[in-house]
Design a protein around this ligand. Structure first.
Ligand code: ADP
Length: 254
């Protein structure tokens, strides 16, 4: 009897093992598929500006395109490639362990003002005002440069996806020992159906895909990675046609 029992148990164990192996195989297959899709997307995103650059150089050489006209486009496309490569490098660094965060005691309001200065020019070009309401006593323990990048990325989106002349509100408050930074725009908003995907790499809402504003579709993926590394969070709420509110939350330093 005991012999029969152990045979059955062995059978069960074999079935369980084969089940686990099947699951592992399908997970690995999924990882491999994702990796291939990611590489293909990168190649595609880089090929587009590159083909413009090559095309315009040929056009200039053949005398079909005026040099000044061609050079402006070549420069714009080269800059776009530069942004893409920088964003990809940032993401790769954030994912690996080679570049740990440099934690510092940071006056959050100061960092917000610095980020605003960085995007000020862009806001001015669109006659937009950025209104600040900041808790000056809010201190966080964070990687200064990375956190500034978070704020710059969110402000850049607020400016890019909002029509001329509108306002952007930036609020910093402290609630339950958490610093909460909110960036609210009165822009085009995000369709509800697209909301689950906006932090995915390379995802861009259809209307934003015209390459005029030069987005890479990596900005929010970077923000999310940085916030996760700070054990903080990113939350985005949006009403299409009315505007978007992005909130980042991080523990207050005590
Ligand atoms: P991008 O470089 O395209 O801005 P992001 O990762 O920063 O990439 O954002 C992904 C997409 O989410 C954008 O292409 C845009 O469609 C949408 N989006 C992000 N922020 C906003 C915003 N404030 N208002 C409207 N749409 C936004």
């Amino acid at each position: 009897f005991s012999e029969r029992l152990s045979v059955r148990r062995r059978k069960d164990e074999m079935a369980e093992l084969s089940n686990s192996l099947n699951q592992l195989a399908s997970t690995l297959q999924q990882v491999e598929t994702n990796r291939r899709i990611f590489l293909a997307t990168i190649a595609h995103e880089l090929r587009t500006p590159l083909s413009y650059i090559v095309g315009y150089i040929e056009g200039i050489e053949e005398g079909v395109i005026k040099p000044e006209q061609g050079m402006a486009i070549i420069e714009k496309e080269a800059r776009r490639m530069n942004r893409l490569v920088n964003d990809l490098l940032d993401l790769a660094q954030l994912e690996g362990d080679e570049y740990p965060l440099q934690h510092d005691v940071v006056v959050f309001a100061e960092l917000v003002r610095e980020a605003c200065e960085t995007v000020q020019m862009r806001a001015k070009q669109k006659q937009m005002t950025i209104r600040l309401d900041l808790d000056e006593d809010c201190i966080i323990y964070a990687d200064r440069d990375r956190m500034k990048q978070v704020i710059i990325n969110l402000l850049t989106n607020a400016i890019s996806y909002t029509n001329r002349g509108k306002k952007i509100d930036v609020n910093l408050i402290t609630v339950d020992k958490q610093a909460q930074l909110t960036i609210r725009d009165e822009g085009i908003g995000i369709p509800q159906a697209d909301m689950p995907y906006i932090t995915d790499r390379f995802f861009r809402v259809k209307r934003a895909r015209s390459r005029k504003d030069g987005g890479t579709g990596l900005g929010l993926a970077i923000v999310q990675e940085i916030m996760a590394k700070h054990e903080g969070s990113l939350e985005i709420k949006s009403v299409e046609g009315q505007g978007t509110t992005a909130t980042v939350t991080i523990a207050q330093y005590e």
